[in-house]
Design a protein around this ligand. Structure first.
Ligand code: ADP
Ligand code: MG
Length: 253
């Protein structure tokens, strides 16, 4: 079976600064893949390359066997057209650190607007699916609340339901709990854990190391734009091979 995600020697610079310095990895379907590393190591940029929010300077990204995004190759811009790009983007659903819900829409409207506007799903069907998704993230009965009427943890769970509403093959999480008050972190991690148990393919960037250790199948440690070490979570946390990984994990203990 083809991998869910293939990244080969992915490079990306902002101005003079190379923030991704040749990232190579594969994520299998059904796998929960964790990414950890210090702030500024390029984790968010890498996730953004996976769903074409960022262009790649060099290297290849494939999602479900298909080339993603656009890039310069031998000085020539190789690019997906808009239709290909939006089709490819729908294969990945992204959950951000800041939930970015639409303030003027209820929880249910936030979840349904993508399928209705982008995918042309009829309102009734979209609402039915939307309610089921909100139930799934533990928000039964919160359908008509506006974001200001929800806690941060509830808003983030709406954002997760919203990402799933587009029926993506892969869910990408970028530090989904780091903007939350500490007492709200667990409810969001539990929601993600439940999705992991369903066998969904997920890439989770997180600084919650206990979560990465317990929930992720494999974990990659990134530092300074490089993928330093990638192993099963038991190996990476139990017996890290690289000195840089050991340093990072020790500093956090
Ligand atoms: P992480 O998510 O691991 O904290 P990021 O991918 O956000 O790391 O950032 C990696 C580096 O790239 C940082 O030095 C950051 O300042 C820089 N960077 C990220 N996005 C941009 C951008 N749009 N323009 C310029 N520099 C950026
Ligand atoms: Mg980040």
């Amino acid at each position: 079976m083809i991998p869910a995600i293939v990244a080969r020697n992915v490079r990306k610079s902002f101005g003079q600064v190379e923030v991704l310095r040749g990232i190579t990895l594969e994520v299998r379907f059904g796998e929960v893949f964790g990414m950890i590393g210090p702030s500024g190591s390029g984790k968010s940029t890498f996730l953004r390359c996976l769903n074409s929010l960022e262009t790649v300077d060099d290297g290849d990204v494939y999602v479900n066997g298909e080339f993603v995004g656009y890039r310069f190759q031998d000085g020539v811009l190789r690019q997906l057209d808009d239709r290909e790009l939006s089709a490819q983007r729908m294969r990945t659903g992204m959950v951000f650190q800041r939930f970015n819900l639409f303030a003027h829409m209820t929880a249910l409207e936030n979840v349904c607007c993508g399928p209705m506007v982008v995918q042309g799903v009829a309102r009734e069907e979209a609402h039915k699916t939307g309610r089921a998704l909100l139930d799934q993230v533990g928000l039964k009965g919160y359908y008509d609340r506006y974001p200001v009427q929800l806690s941060g943890g509830q808003q983030q769970r709406v954002a997760i339901a919203r990402a799933m509403a587009m029926k993506p093959e892969i869910l990408l999480f970028d530090e989904p709990t780091s903007a939350l008050d500490p007492e709200l972190v667990d409810e969001v991690l539990e929601t993600i854990k439940a999705l992991a148990k369903e066998g969904r393919t997920m890439v989770v960037v997180t600084h919650e190391l206990a979560f990465a250790r317990d929930v992720c199948d494999r974990v990659a440690f990134m530092d300074e734009g490089q993928l330093v070490e990638c192993a099963t979570s038991a190996e990476l946390f139990g017996a890290p091979k690289m000195p840089r990984t050991r340093d990072f994990l020790q500093r956090l203990n």
